[in-house]
Design a protein around this ligand. Structure first.
Ligand code: SAH
Ligand code: SF4
Length: 396
């Protein structure tokens, strides 16, 4: 039986060195290969020209560069871009690029579906399919950078030689801390100077509150932390987020304080979804102030993004403002999240698109093959004619 080739996008530096040594190669090749992969977004081992032709040919027999293929690519009027990736077995995941004046943020997925079953989340309603591999997580960033560069994106930082994506948030589909092992390898690649070279402050992981894994992340690879709070008391949070029945709010606040001992930022970002008539009253805002008084934090208020069949609605703008004002009067920085990419369903909690309860994401097979093929062909063509930039300097 022919042996399947390893996917080079699955390796961090140490693992790649070990793999190369196991195949009779020098460990320093690992750094060369990582730079080709994650700084030049090279898609072909044969193009790694500082490696001898014989070695390239040998590597091509046993390894491949296998990002998840893009099967849909939508751009919103505000420049927000959403890519849908095929991860096999009729599973699709999404990443969203959000351009701003001084940064390009990519929101990436860590699981196909999610097992946390939050009542307000379309991903949660879809159920859990599986954890993404390292190559599937890192591959979203690889693809986004490569596609944007191939289109000659001319943001100031790209012109200065940096990659298009300057910030990564793990806020797409899935609970990142429920896929801990693969997420940590991916995070290490995002941070490594041999790969993406992002600073810890520019990488944010969002969790629903998997307390033991928050401690594990603090010890393994602390990055900026966002916690989805969404309720000021256990009774309501138990209903909205089943994880709260395992790790209550007191436990969660204590975990946040422990995380901050090693975090790259000196605050936690609390995400607070606003659901009309459920968690948006002035009394609930005041309860939040009491709950979080011992945790240095900022609040990001997110008006609910509806999806078909959702039993919730977003509060009025006045009510959202009033909620924000109560937090700000208590000296807490509270922002209201701008909704981006509305016209392509790229907003938080809509990433699964028009998916009904627990129905798997099935795509039209013929359209899918066609789209996938034409996208790849167009990319290959552009890659040939475009000089891909090299991110020589790590980002600050
Ligand atoms: N599983 C992680 C990260 C992915 S969800 C977490 O829950 O934190 C990213 C953010 O989108 C979370 O804050 C989540 O609560 C929020 N979200 C989920 N459904 C939403 C919806 N319908 N409208 C607005 N935000 C939503
Ligand atoms: Fe999962 Fe986060 Fe959605 Fe909850 S909000 S179901 S943890 S993706």
């Amino acid at each position: 039986m022919p042996q399947s080739r390893v996917n080079l996008l699955d390796f961090d530096l140490a693992a790649l060195e070990a793999w190369l040594v196991g195949h009779g190669e020098k460990p320093f090749r690992a750094r060369q290969i990582l730079a080709w992969l994650h700084q030049r977004f090279c898609a072909d081992i044969g193009m790694m020209t500082d490696i001898s032709r014989v070695t390239r040919e040998k590597l091509s027999q046993i390894a491949e560069i296998g990002p998840p293929p893009v099967i849909r690519d939508n751009q919103a009027a505000d420049g927000t871009r959403k890519w849908l990736f095929d991860v096999g077995d009729d599973n699709a995941i999404e990443a969203v690029y959000i351009p701003e004046d001084d940064r390009g943020t990519l929101c990436i997925s860590t699981q196909a579906g999610c097992m946390m079953d939050c009542a307000f989340c379309s991903t949660g309603q879809q159920g859990f399919n599986r954890n993404l591999t390292v190559a599937e997580i890192v591959g979203q960033l690889w693809q986004a950078n490569r596609i944007l560069l191939s289109e000659n994106l001319e943001t100031p930082w790209v012109v200065a030689g940096c990659a298009p994506v300057t910030n990564v948030v793990l806020m797409g589909m899935g609970e990142p801390l429920a896929n801990f092992k693969n997420v940590v390898v991916a995070l290490k690649l995002f941070l490594s100077d041999h790969a993406y070279g992002l600073s810890r402050r520019r990488v944010t992981l969002s969790t629903s509150g998997v307390v033991p894994m928050m401690d594990a992340l603090r010890d393994a690879c602390p990055v900026a932390l966002a916690v989805s709070l969404h309720a000021p008391d256990d009774e309501l949070r138990d209903q909205l987020m089943p994880i709260n029945r395992r790790h209550c709010l007191d436990e969660l606040m204590a975990a946040c304080r422990r995380y901050l001992e090693k975090a790259p930022r000196d605050f936690v970002t609390f995400e607070y979804l606003l659901l009309a008539g459920v968690n948006d009253s002035p009394a609930q805002a005041r309860a939040l102030i009491r709950l979080t008084r011992d945790v240095p934090c900022k609040f990001n208020l997110i008006p609910f993004n509806p999806f078909p069949g959702a039993p919730y609605a977003a509060p009025s703008r006045e009510r959202v403002r009033a909620f924000q004002q109560i937090l700000m009067d208590a000296g807490i920085v509270a922002t209201i999240r701008k909704t981006r990419g509305d016209d392509i369903d790229a907003a938080c909690g809509q990433l699964a698109g028009q998916v009904q309860n627990r129905v798997r994401y099935r795509l039209n097979q013929v359209a899918r093959r066609h789209e996938s093929f034409s996208q790849e062909a167009a990319l290959e063509q552009r890659a040939k004619t475009t000089r891909l930039h090299v991110a020589e300097k790590p980002f600050v």
